[in-house]
Design a binder for this molecule. Structure first.
Ligand code: GTP
Ligand code: MG
Length: 246
């Protein structure tokens, strides 16, 4: 996480990421493997409003958490190249259940309910918190939580309880900045620095952050590659064939 020379103005988000963060082992092969993985058939598996409705542990799982309206459902759709796999909305609170999506027979993506919007009833918030805690603390298949942060706003007070929960349950998590298309280059640089500095206080957080936009697709190949490393590996015979798409 080296300091940039003051005279250096970066413009390309990928360059900013490479300069600010430890270089990731992102080979062209890893990018291609991620692309192929996320081109596979994605399907809705289950929606859980209570612990009993959570499907049994199975494939390796990646969960997407964050404030309401931060773009969790949009990011899942964009990663999978689908428009309506996960339902999105301008109205905060669209996703109210834990929604499970299987990427072929390799990986499960979990769209978590958002938090932090004023209109939610206290009883509903308490119920979601219980469900979220239950899931995060007990899910054996859970490999990584992507904690989404709106790049326009950075980390807010309403994000703190989730940071605390993630830190306390030891779940491995990683920050994904969203809506990069809304920012100018200098603003991206600034928010990336602020968020990275903040992460030093959260040892359970992965030090790398991802810079993404579900709208223009920036950062998605790198995120697909990173998440692809958690996927179930293909059977040897399947490796030779083309990726399926559905
Ligand atoms: P909840 O389900 O309420 O928790 O929200 P969510 O985090 O799933 O957000 P959702 O994906 O529904 O997106 C909320 C709004 O943000 C929608 O209007 C999206 O179009 C918009 N949005 C999501 N991603 C992006 C992005 O990368 N860029 C821009 N400009 N807008 C985005
Ligand atoms: Mg949603």
């Amino acid at each position: 996480m080296g300091d940039l020379p003051a005279e250096r103005r970066l413009s390309d988000p990928a360059e900013i990421a490479a300069t600010l963060f430890p270089p990731r082992d992102l080979t062209p092969e890893a990018i291609e493997a991620g692309r192929r993985l996320f081109a596979r058939e994605a399907r809705f598996v289950a929606a859980a409003a209570e612990p009993a409705a959570i499907p049994p542990d199975g494939l390796p799982e990646i969960a997407f958490a964050g404030r309401s309206n931060v773009g969790k459902s949009s990011l899942i759709n964009a990663l999978c190249g689908r428009r309506m796999l996960a339902r999105t909305s301008n109205t905060p609170g669209r996703t109210r259940t834990l929604n499970f999506f299987a990427l072929s027979d390799r990986l499960v993506l979990v769209d978590l309910p958002g938090y932090g919007y004023a209109a939610a009833a206290k009883s509903a918030v308490a119920q979601w918190n219980r469900l979220l805690r239950h899931y995060l603390e007990r899910r054996a298949a859970l490999r990584r939580i992507c904690l989404l942060i709106d790049a326009r706003h950075g980390i807010k007070e309403t994000d703190r309880p989730l940071f605390s929960l993630l830190d306390s349950c030891g779940a491995p998590y990683q920050i994904v900045l969203t809506k990069l298309d809304k920012l100018r280059d200098a603003e991206i640089d600034e928010v990336a620095r602020r968020v990275t500095a903040e992460l030093a206080r959260h040892p359970a957080a992965h030090p790398e952050i991802h810079l993404t936009s579900a709208h223009d697709g920036q950062g998605l190949p790198a995120l697909r590659a990173a998440l692809g490393s958690f996927a179930e590996t293909a059977a040897p015979s399947a490796l030779a064939g083309p990726a399926t798409r559905g």
